[in-house]
Design a protein around this ligand. Structure first.
Ligand SMILES: C[S@@+](CC[C@H](N)C(=O)[O-])C[C@H]1O[C@@H](n2cnc3c(N)ncnc32)[C@H](O)[C@@H]1O
Length: 295
């Protein structure tokens, strides 16, 4: 097995795959139908890989060499404690977005009624944020709103694979930039609105082929500065929140100041503050809706 893995790592490294060792191991485990702990045990004893598994593994490595995302090949994206199904037509959830979920969970832990907390996740994609919140929090109602039918389908699949306990989840087809027009019954209802919207500037084509060629364009590009679509979503989020409710939005590392300006330009969002990701780069901004507008 060692020689097989070494060869695969060399192949992936030559194709400038960012994490060749981790990806080669993940693909071999996937080809073999085993988890990473079992693979590690078999590696320890340098167990022989059956011919059929070797053949499947070689095909997977060739696809990865062509920079097809690892998650499309295994069919799985890990997000917090979830194993989400992903593939063509849906954005692969990113580790930095896990921080956004953590910040929402902190807010929910402080929720002191009346009633159960209600969270809206605008641009819900695979359902990563929605489902992590619903499964990690006891008794929260989460509404995910997504415009793209393919992404919505993946989120429904993922909803069918989790156990919600006391929580509820609904995925609603809808445009997050006009949701208060299509669903006025949601105005002023949410305790928390969270979003990871498309925020890449239109001309800033991502360098990694996995992103540029496989994440849907609708998930990436947010307008000429990247903040045109987020600006519309911020206005909608402010209207969806109840007085005192919290808004959290992910954005690009250079968009903290611009995002705070957009938050400050709303009639009701206050005390905008930006937080870093695991690498120390600005990644999300948080603000609270004033107890009453104009205060
Ligand atoms: C960056 S992805 C985030 C997906 C998911 N929330 C996550 O964090 O992994 C943005 C998502 O917004 C969706 N989207 C783009 N424009 C939208 C709009 N106007 N209304 C609703 N969803 C939209 C895209 O289809 C995509 O699924």
């Amino acid at each position: 097995m060692s020689a097989l893995l070494r060869g695969a790592v060399a192949l992936l490294r030559e194709a400038e795959v960012p994490a060749p060792e981790a990806d080669a191991s993940a693909l071999l485990a996937h080809a073999w139908g085993i988890d990473s702990a079992t693979l590690s045990r078999r590696r320890l004893f340098d167990e022989a890989v059956p011919a059929e598994i070797t053949r499947v593994f070689a095909e997977l490595c060739e696809s990865r060499r062509q920079r097809i995302p690892l998650q499309h090949l295994t069919g799985i994206a890990h997000f917090r404690h979830l194993e989400l199904q992903v593939g063509p037509g849906v954005f692969v959830p990113r580790p930095e977005t896990e921080l956004l979920v953590g910040a929402v969970l902190d807010e929910l832990a402080d929720h002191h009624g009346p009633g159960r907390p209600f969270v809206i996740d605008l641009c819900s994609g695979s359902g990563a944020i929605t489902l992590a919140l619903a499964t990690e929090s006891e008794g929260v109602d989460v509404l995910g709103i997504e415009r793209e039918p393919a992404a919505l389908e993946w989120s429904q699949t993922n909803l069918g694979r989790v156990s919600l306990g006391e929580s509820t989840v609904e995925f609603l087809p809808g445009d997050a930039t006009t949701i208060t027009q299509s669903h006025p019954e949601l105005i002023g209802r949410a305790d928390v609105v969270v979003t990871n919207p498309p925020y890449v500037p239109d001309a800033a084509i991502p360098r990694d082929p996995e992103v540029a060629e496989h994440d849907p364009a609708a998930a990436l590009y947010g307008g000429s500065t990247g903040l045109e679509i987020p600006a519309l979503i911020i206005a909608e989020a402010a209207a969806l929140l109840r007085p005192g409710g919290l808004f959290l939005m992910e954005h690009g590392e250079e968009q903290g100041p611009g995002t705070r300006e957009l938050f400050d330009a709303t009639a009701s969002l206050r005390q905008a503050a930006t937080y870093p990701d695991y690498t120390g780069r600005d990644r999300y901004t948080v603000a609270r809706r004033a107890a009453s507008d104009g205060c």
